[in-house]
Design a protein around this ligand. Sequence first.
Ligand code: FE2
Length: 252
Amino acid sequence: MGYDAPYAGLIMVDLHCHILPGLDDGSDSLDTSCRMAAIAARSGVRSIVATPHCNTRNELKNYRSEALTRAFRDLQAELDRWEIPVKILPGAEILVRSNFASLLEKGSLQSINDSQYLLVEFYFDEAPAFMEAQLSAAEGFGFVPVVAHPERYFCVQDNPSLAAGWFERGRVLQLNAGSILGTLGEGAYDAASLLLRWELAGAVASDAHDYRRRSPDLLPLIDALERRFPSLDPERLLRTNPQKILQNKPLR
Ligand SMILES: [Fe+2]
């Protein structure tokens, strides 16, 4: 089977994907990682930022390290060996907890492709004041926060204008494909729909964890975007903006 980008030749960047094997609750083996990459490639993805969970409470560290850098490289070598046309770029999905500022200070956090963009997530029931303080802390260290799946946080579901405030302060809102497709619950589906309608989304990514239930196939997403949000440009969310992030350029 070939890897021609099937949606009008659209070449995409997946900014958020748990494709590194064995580092978190995502891919469980090198074989799974290769299958995920092949599925992504068939849907038109050519660059995947590998974003293992970092700083979780159950001791998934995945801080910036030689070992992490080696994991990105090892997966790339395997994909090259199988001629799967995907470039793996370094990243991490950082769970923001009370130790966040000290991690920033120590330079422990892996940004997206070593740019100023930092992919951060929060506990789903996190308090908005804590989130605001920590986003500001990241900015104080020169980072631009990319907020992973804002539509999944209860405070945003209750009060979506909170996410509008983040957007206005220059943070990037990264929505999950699953939220838009309705596989991550009704609350996330409704909030994602609203954020898209308000044109607050900076990017959409797979947040894939495997190749079945949380898959890196972005074709169903493009389909849903076209059908439900015809005035939105999928290319901006899946290629242009993510590409700017990889190149460390401003989005607006
Ligand atoms: Fe994730």
